[in-house]
Design a binder for this molecule. Sequence first.
Ligand code: TZP
Length: 237
Amino acid sequence: MEAYRYQQLAYLIVPIIPGMGFFYVQNMREKRIDFRLYLITDRRLFPDHHSLLIAVEEALKGGVKAVQLREKDIGTRELLDMAYDFRSLTDGYNAKLFINDRVDIALAVKAEGVHLGNSGMPAYAAKKASGGNLLIGVSTHSLKEAVDAEKDGADFITLGPVFETPSKKRYGKPLGTDILRKVRDEISIPILAIGGISTGRVEKVLQSGAHGIAVISAVLTSDNIKTITEEFMRLLK
Ligand code: TZP
């Protein structure tokens, strides 16, 4: 929490130091959580990798600026190939790329960040391993996990499932929206609400303290991915 506060203070102070300010702020800007819609992949929704790429490109056309490649059950070579493809794609739309769990792959493809599960590598270790060059997102499912993630040096968290999700069993019982406020009161890093988020639920989660949302199915199973992404972007402005 402290580190985040100093970082926010630096954004205000550094620009007024003549000369050095520009480069410092340029560098820091890269590290900000400047997105409110975080699109997470699930290749099982598609017949093949290529169809997933096409779907994600539609979302990029609709304005999404942060994509997490979350393909847990494939080998390193295949994941690396996918990550390179996603890097080229996201680069073309000036969007950030996050790789789930794999700091090595995030570094190899020059992703902006890594997204960690709460039972894998802790944020401080990922930060150290990347020399501070990766943004760190952490998946959390309770107040305690959220507080721990911030203490460990996460730059942002996803918190959920807030609502029932199509894949309910895999992610556990819905937490409801009250948890967002409780967590908001305890931590300073941005919270992205996850789990069953649809366009109709955006307002509620923002009012409850979320900085933004993370989604899989609302975007990737839509008949018009570009349009639904545009709608999310409009609601999250
Ligand atoms: N973690 C908690 S819920 C969830 C993850 C990865 C899945 C969210 O998927 P959807 O389809 O947006 O509900």
